[in-house]
Design a protein around this ligand. Structure first.
Ligand code: PNW
Length: 447
């Protein structure tokens, strides 16, 4: 088989998020985020790590961009920290925070790197959480004003915008579980409401780009859709995977692409669904330019006796990365985009994150031989190439992550970077996977 070559216009990049790399959590007027607060609750985060310094990218962005440029990175997905720009989320903007992103974006462009900006990657200003957070509609309105401000300020230089990263992670897992801040278990009705507020915020972000973006500015949503992988690629199992895809993602994709909560939502939510207003779905379902998928893993699905999808439990010894939730399942990279196309008719897809978390250890001479990460990412890219060959409209791929960083509950214990971060010295060292990925980006082939 010839070495897979990607389409000529294919976008290659790397990704990070502000709270995971910037540090400077309380510097230059930045407001407290819900993660800054959460990390201070003893026992919440592995090793009681916090976000105060992380990779100190706030002070080291120039050398980080120089390293990206050395590796041939041309596209960089980053996020802006809402509490750095507007410390209490809704009031007066912070000039020092705005100036920081001005410098950052200019430095990126000076290194020939295009910014792909995520407006929100989970760091809600704590002051807004204190007023109800995602439980209340006013948070979506405040997000809209924040989006207006950043698009007006940086829209001359930023052409690609992503409204929100993974709505499920800051709503369902934050107000229906204890693993994300605020980590308070609320009623089903409130959990549905938090999701609805997030959808409204997405709509506000799209509106802001349409109103204030430069001509040709583009916007999309990044989601971590649960991806069913048919146990065999035969018609009945593929049909079961399509049905499972609708059912597993009922809360996100119907409102965004169809402008309604579907029958399944009514069935699952019953009397506990979100309170909605007449114009909400027009805002939520405004046309976007692309859809971002973060794909790390999936679930196996088969057609049961009656043809209904059955999700199979993973046996205990199924292989995972060192991040135990990350079951190695490269076919998710084929089926995720393909199902987005066949079920929702999405016309342009970017993989906005993919990677693997391991406990990398440098060798005696300081190399990081992350052969397992390289192997998994290569398999994933092979599956992505297969999707493209089958006519699925995937136009780009961003590797998570440029460097090891604050991995949420795992603190600094799980590493997703293709560059190694030595937190004691803040030295970055490209791992073997980075050397390989640089060659993939340069040649546009799966070397
Ligand atoms: C992503 N899952 O989240 C986030 O966008 C990143 O900030 C994070 O560092 C990265 O994944 C690695 O964890 C996810 O359990 C976390 O399926 C967990 C899942 C999916 C996405």
């Amino acid at each position: 088989m010839p070495t897979p070559t990607f389409p000529a216009h294919f976008t290659w990049g790397v990704a990070t998020a502000a709270p995971q790399i910037e540090g400077a959590a309380f510097l230059d007027g930045k407001g407290e985020s819900v993660w800054d607060r959460f990390a201070r609750v003893p026992g919440k985060i592995h090793g009681d790590a916090n976000l105060d310094v992380t990779c100190d990218h706030y002070h080291r962005y120039a050398s980080d961009f120089a390293l990206m440029q050395e590796l041939g990175v041309k596209n960089y997905r980053l996020s802006l920290a809402w509490p750095r720009v507007i410390p209490d989320g809704a009031g007066t903007p912070n000039p020092a925070g705005l100036a920081f992103y001005d410098r950052l974006i200019d430095a990126m462009l000076a290194h020939d790197i295009q910014p792909w900006v995520t407006m929100f990657h989970w760091d809600l200003p704590q002051a807004l959480e204190d007023q109800g957070g995602w439980r209340v509609r006013s948070t979506a309105a405040a997000f809209g004003r924040y989006a207006d401000l950043i698009v007006s300020t940086y829209g001359d230089r930023v052409k690609n915008w992503i409204t929100l990263n993974e709505m499920r992670c800051f709503t369902v897992l934050a107000y229906g579980d204890v693993i994300r801040p605020p980590g308070i278990i609320e009623s089903d009705q409130i959990v549905h409401q938090t999701y609805h507020t997030a959808l409204l915020a997405h709509g506000e972000g799209v509106r802001a780009v349409r109103e204030h973006g430069a001509p040709g500015a583009r916007v999309g949503l990044t989601d971590d859709a649960v991806i069913p992988v048919p146990i065999m690629e035969t018609a009945p199992h593929i049909a079961a995977a399509e049905q499972a895809f609708r059912e597993l993602n009922y809360r996100s994709i119907d409102p965004v692409f169809r402008g309604e909560y579907g029958a399944l939502y009514q069935q699952i939510a019953g009397d506990h669904g979100a309170e909605t207003e007449a114009d909400d779905f027009a805002l939520i379902s405004q046309p976007t330019d692309f859809f971002g998928l973060n794909i790390y893993t999936g679930v196996y699905v088969r057609a049961g006796e009656d043809g209904r999808p059955e999700t199979l439990p993973f046996p205990p010894s199924y292989p995972t990365a060192d991040a135990p939730w990350l079951r190695l399942l490269p076919q998710a990279m084929y089926w995720g985009p393909r199902l987005m196309q066949s079920v929702y008719g999405v016309k342009q897809i970017y993989i906005t994150e993919n990677g693997a978390g391991y406990d990398d250890v440098p060798t005696a001479n300081g190399e990081i031989l992350d052969l397992h990460r390289r192997q998994y990412v290569r398999q994933c890219l092979g599956e992505l190439h297969r999707a493209i060959a089958d006519g699925v409209p995937v136009d780009g791929y961003f590797c998570w992550s440029f460097m090891d960083n604050f991995e949420w509950l795992e603190g600094f214990s799980k590493r997703f970077g293709i560059c190694y971060t030595d937190y004691a010295t803040q030295r970055r060292t490209p791992k073997l996977s980075a050397q390989w990925y640089a060659e993939v980006m340069r040649t546009n082939t799966l070397v």
